[in-house]
Structures are given as C-alpha cells and as structure tokens.
Write a protein that binds this ligand. Structure first.
Ligand SMILES: NC(=O)c1ccc[n+]([C@@H]2O[C@H](COP(=O)([O-])OP(=O)(O)OC[C@H]3O[C@@H](n4cnc5c(N)ncnc54)[C@H](O)[C@@H]3O)[C@@H](O)[C@H]2O)c1
Length: 377
C-alpha cells in the first residue's frame, strides 16, 4: 500500500485522539496540523512539522490525500467544501454539518469531484456492536420488536458548566440530540438493520440561563473556584426523550442527557426480537448480553474465534485484552483509508450519506419536539 499523506484540522479533545490513532495505522503519515488556537504549541506537543492557523493555506500548500476535520460543528461544512473543491478526501467528525441542505450540497459536490468522505460515527465499529449487526442481519433475532437505550453524560450538570456546545450558532438547531443522540441513532439503525420511520420527541432545557466563565474552559472540564461568570440564555436541550417507530413496525425509545449525575459517557443499546434479545453497554463494551426465553441467558465476550468475521476483524488484540474508544476510531480510519486504495473491499464506516441521514433524523426530532407531534423522517 502506498503511503497516504494526511493532516488534522482542530487539535482539541477529539483532534488529539485522531492524531494518536492515525499514527497507529502504519501507512498514513500526518504532515501538518491546523488549529485556530495555540497551533504552534499543539504541533510541538504532537511532533508535527508543518503548522497552520488557516485550513485553506494548509490545503493549498500541502499535497494531501486526506484531512481529518475535528473542529466545532458549524465549521465542518466550510472546511469539507474547501477540501472537496481541492480534491482532498476527508474524515469529518459528527455531526456531518449543521443543516440537511449543507450535507446534501457536500455530497453532490463530492460525487462530482470524485472525493471520498466519512463521518466518524465510531460506535458501529466496536467488535461487539458490529457483532450485534451481523447477528441481526443473519436473522438470529427473528422479527425485531423493540430497540431502546440511552446516551447520558454529566459534564453539563451544573449551571456554571459551559462550552461552545451551548451556543446554537456553533452546534446547530439541537445540542444533546446532534452531539450524542446522533451517535445513538446511527448505532440503532446500523445495528438493527432497520430505518426509523417517524419520531416523537420531548426536550427539556434544565438551565434556561447558564453562568459562562469569563476565562477559557475546555470541553468536559470544570471552571475553577475563583472564576467570574456572565449570564447566557440557553436555547438548546440539556436532555431529551424520543419515541421511534421503525419501518417494520418495531418500537423504540432513546434518552439523551448531558445533566445525568455520575454518568460520564454511557451509551446502551438493546434490541429485542421474536427469538432472542441483545444488550450492549459502552461501560462494558467488550461484552454482549444475549437473552433467551427457553434457556439461560449468555454473555459473549469479544474473541476473534467467536465472532462473525466482519466483527472479528475489528479487534486487534487477543481475547481478554480490553479494546475501547480509540480502537473504534482506528477501525473507522483503517476502513476509510482502505477504501481509498482498495475500493472493492467491504467497509462499514459511516459514509457521507449516513451523515446526511443523521442530519435528517436530528431535524425530524427537532421538529417533533417543537410541534409536540409525531414527525415522519
Ligand atoms: N466521535 C466522537 O465520539 C466525538 C467526541 C467528541 C467530539 N466530537 C466532535 O468533534 C468536533 C470537535 O469537538 P471537540 O470536543 O474536540 O472540541 P474542542 O473544543 O475540544 O476542540 C476543537 C478544536 O478546533 C479548533 N478550531 C476551532 N475552529 C477552528 C477553525 N476554523 N480552524 C481550525 N481549528 C479550529 C479549536 O481551537 C480547538 O482546538 C465536534 O464536531 C464534536 O461533535 C466527536
């Protein structure tokens, strides 16, 4: 395989995960880093030679095969558009864009230019979540009756918690739904092999006014005790419940919350069918619970010899050696870069169309919460 040349835009929380993970791939080299803040310091920290504060300059001057877009949501559209315009493939953090129209425009442009893109819905590429999909697509669960779960966090529990994610102009119409609900809905559709037909949502903004620290506070960090604040009105949801009806008639529910004490980043997904049921929990992500009516329940632990080949290939270490968050990113990146050099392979990363699908689901959820009615996707 020829060496692939890439660069990372945005080296905050998730950009750092991208940089470390790209380096585990082998034949993909990071030649440049772009960040609007503290770029020199971050590049020195990661040992990246070329440093930029403007992604346009970076794309113009480096001969890149791809870029990783790891900046706040509202910037994804303009950066992806620039990359596509210059024939550069890209892996974009979720959510793909902040509107359906932007996502549609980028897909049309990418098709026209022959550029490939992925959206980093990494939860589908854990060995165990992927095993759920393979079991369901193989008919092991029979007819699917329900799909339910949650994505809950506590990093916005206090009214003094603040980040760019609370600013609608930077995240889009929804916050908890776009940020974490999008992960859950992508996983639910991917794993269940079913499409959501309509949604009924209820939002709650626990703090209609938050106290924003006047100094800088990083995502998932708390402000210091001597911090001063300004009061900021909040118009996006801290928590939401969503009912789903799937195309085959199956029912579903999702709880998302950024104000759930003690839950740092918990995702669960449970699917029940006419033959058996499955449940996955991100806090125990190498194990799959399998439920039966006629015999004792089982726990399947990640082990290449026990998994479907498509799921087994997502594990890098022997059974009993825990793999997690960054390993799922590695699977997304490995599959995406594999698809550039070997387009005929079997890949399950989220494509730009999957990113668009998520934008449509988030929009339907938003419209439903606003109108307090069922909304078709
Ligand atoms: N896949 C996941 O599980 C996951 C997890 C966290 C975040 N994300 C996504 O990653 C993105 C970034 O989130 P984060 O938590 O890393 O945010 P962050 O605030 O920690 O980092 C964002 C970085 O982007 C830089 N930046 C902002 N605008 C820029 C621009 N125009 N050009 C260059 N750099 C710019 C900032 O200086 C900062 O370093 C978001 O879209 C978020 O939804 C995904």
């Amino acid at each position: 395989m020829k060496e692939i040349i890439t660069a990372v835009i945005g080296a905050g929380f998730i950009g750092a995960v991208h940089i470390e993970t790209i380096r585990r791939l082998g034949k993909v080299r990071i030649v440049a880093l772009c960040d609007a803040n503290g770029a020199e310091e971050k590049a020195a920290q990661f040992g990246i030679e070329q440093v930029f504060t403007d992604y346009r300059e970076m794309i113009d001057s480096c001969d890149l095969d791809a870029v990783h877009i790891c900046t706040p949501n509202f910037t994804h559209y303009e950066i992806a558009k620039y990359a596509i315009g210059h024939g550069v493939n890209f892996i974009c953090e979720k959510p793909f864009t902040t509107t359906v129209e932007q996502a549609e425009e980028l897909i049309a442009l990418a098709n026209e230019k022959g550029v490939k893109g992925a959206v980093n819905f990494h939860n589908r590429l854990y060995p165990v979540t992927n095993e759920m999909r393979q079991m369901i697509s193989g008919g092991e669960l029979g007819e699917i009756f329900t799909v339910h779960g949650e994505y809950i966090q506590d990093w916005l529990l206090y009214e003094t918690d603040y980040s760019w994610r609370l600013d609608k102009s930077q995240v889009g119409k929804t916050r908890a739904i776009a940020d974490i609900g999008s992960h859950w809905m992508d996983l639910a559709e991917f794993v269940s092999c079913m499409r959501i037909k309509r949604v009924n949502a209820k939002f709650r903004t626990v703090y209609p006014v938050r106290k924003k620290p006047t100094g800088e506070v990083l995502t998932f960090a708390s402000a210091g005790a001597d911090q001063e604040y300004e009061e900021i009105p909040i118009d996006t949801e801290d928590e939401a419940v969503v009912l789903f009806e799937f195309e085959n008639g199956a029912l579903g529910t999702m709880l998302v919350s950024m104000v759930y004490a003690g839950r740092k980043n918990t995702t669960t997904l449970a699917v029940s069918g006419s033959k058996k049921a499955l449940k996955w929990d991100s806090e125990d992500l190498n194990n799959l619970w399998i439920g039966y009516r006629e015999k004792a329940n089982e726990v399947l632990t990640k082990d290449a010899s026990l998994l479907h080949p498509l799921a087994a290939r997502l594990g890098s270490y022997p059974s009993g050696h825990i793999e997690g968050f960054a390993d799922a990113f590695k699977n997304v990146f490995r599959q995406f870069y594999g698809s550039l050099t070997d387009p005929d392979g079997v890949y399950e990363y989220a494509t730009l169309e999957d990113g668009l699908r998520e934008m449509k689901l988030c929009d339907a959820v938003f419209e439903s919460a606003k109108s307090e009615t069922w909304v078709e996707v």
